[in-house]
Design a protein around this ligand. Structure first.
Ligand code: PMP
Length: 432
């Protein structure tokens, strides 16, 4: 694909197209499904789905045990995927790319294989107020194990990490700084360059949770100069159960293994100490998710050029949908955005004055619209914002202006059904 064509892109997602066909077959005016829960997980393109079938029918064998040709074939596709990820995020070496189950496991590896062995009583771990539980709980566990203390970076009114809090909170006591590139609730691109620089200045390790960033931004870990960067395949059109832990080679080298088993060893004996495999295999105990990793490489192949070249129009289209949705919501009087101003990516969180989040989400579901309500695995953020939860619309590049119009009109109907002062202004139209 040379230039991004929203219609052609959408056609690649069978689950979405299947619902579109059902609507046409049933002569229905309303879509059977409008999927706007993409920050939770994206739908999968047919390349990814087909890759599973192809792999199991043509190349299924265990990897790195190459005494036969089938294993060589599987290993070559598996390692090719690692090289694709290395290039995708600009890592210096394939040794720096560890396959995991997802961002959550990647962070747990850093916490247990590095922080647990290096933190001392009173050392500080700095997180941000808007972190996902995946980037809080592993640090709480390691803080309890080591006697380290957790400190929190504050947010400004727009929902970004408050740059002024960086120098105050990250001090000579800080040993780890872990924060999200983009919050899964606020949709803001955090000033992580400043965070990473400050962490480096005080000699702390920087961990960036890129789970919400990789589908929307071109990420270059060498340019960011962070120590670790983690993400999950399933939020960037890839399969569930596959994630990446990027770490600087020297740091990964210094860490002890996270799990023991086959594949991660060099020698094992009952009389001498077991020795460990080289990077990246030292952190990949047991048979990995081979089919998932290979399927993931398919979506890197199509996403990488779209993200790398702004002229392709993929990011522009995402921005158009975001703007259109944000402006439409702004015209609905009871809508209260949880932070000031439009988010940077298509993750829009809000409440509706006088209406329960869950009721609204359920009512939208009855119209075939999937959005999320609740704390979004960010309970400390809800406390920080003095909310007991919120609604979240999250957009992907297969969504359309017509779907946003439908969402806005359904919200309008729901508010009218529920009564109250809901002066709603929604118009059908096209985003330019
Ligand atoms: N961090 C952020 C910002 C996320 O949005 C998520 C997923 N919602 C995670 C971490 C955890 O990802 P996973 O569940 O795929 O491990």
């Amino acid at each position: 694909m040379n230039i991004f064509e929203p219609h052609l892109f959408r056609q690649q997602f069978p689950l979405i197209i299947q619902h579109e066909k059902a609507q046409i077959d049933q002569h229905s005016l309303n879509p059977a499904l409008v999927y706007l829960d993409n920050a939770a997980t994206t739908q999968k393109p047919e390349q990814v789905i087909n890759s599973y079938q192809y792999y199991y029918q043509n190349s299924n064998a265990n990897v790195h045990r190459a005494s036969h040709q089938l294993s060589s074939k599987a290993t070559s596709a598996f390692e090719q995927a690692r090289s694709s990820v290395q290039k995708f995020i600009g890592a210096r070496s394939i040794k720096e790319i560890i396959w995991t189950k997802g961002a959550t496991e990647s962070i747990n590896i850093i916490a247990q294989a590095l922080a647990r062995n290096t933190l001392r009583l009173g050392d500080e771990i700095v997180l941000c107020a808007s972190e996902h539980h995946a980037n809080i709980v592993p640090w709480q566990i390691v803080a309890q194990q080591t006697g380290a203390v957790i400190k929190v970076l504050t947010l400004n009114n727009q929902g970004y990490i408050d740059v002024d809090s960086i120098d105050n909170v990250i001090t000579s006591k800080t040993k780890i700084v872990a924060c999200a590139h983009i919050s899964n609730v606020l949709g803001r691109i955090n000033p992580i360059k400043s965070v990473i620089e400050r962490a480096k200045h005080v000699g702390a390790i920087s961990v960036i949770d890129g789970a919400q960033a990789v589908a929307h931004l071109s990420v270059n870990v060498a340019a960011l100069d962070c120590d670790f960067y983690v993400f999950s395949a399933h939020k960037m059109y890839g399969p569930t159960g596959v994630g990446v832990l990027y770490g600087k080679e020297a740091l990964l080298e210094s860490m002890s293994p996270y799990q023991g088993g086959g594949e991660m060893i060099k020698t094992v004996s009952f009389t001498q100490a077991t020795t460990f495999n080289a990077l990246p295999f030292k952190f990949e105990a047991g048979t990995p998710n081979i089919a998932g990793v290979i399927a993931f490489s398919q979506c890197i192949d199509f996403l990488a050029p779209l993200l790398a070249d702004k002229k392709q129009g993929y990011s522009l289209y995402e921005q158009q949908l975001l703007q259109y949705c944000y402006q439409g919501l702004s015209q609905i009087k009871p809508v209260k955005f949880i932070a000031e101003g439009m988010p940077d990516i298509g993750v829009i969180a809000f409440t509706l004055t006088g209406h329960h989040n869950h009721d609204v989400a359920m009512a939208l579901d009855s119209y075939g619209i999937a959005i999320r309500s609740g704390h979004h695995c960010a309970m400390p953020l809800m406390t920080y914002l003095q909310l007991d939860g919120c609604l979240r619309i999250s957009i992907a590049a297969y969504n359309t202006v017509a779907e946003i119009d439908y969402l806005l009109n359904c919200l309008h109907s729901i508010l009218q059904e529920e009564g109250g002062d809901n002066s709603v202004l929604v118009k059908q139209g096209k985003a330019e």
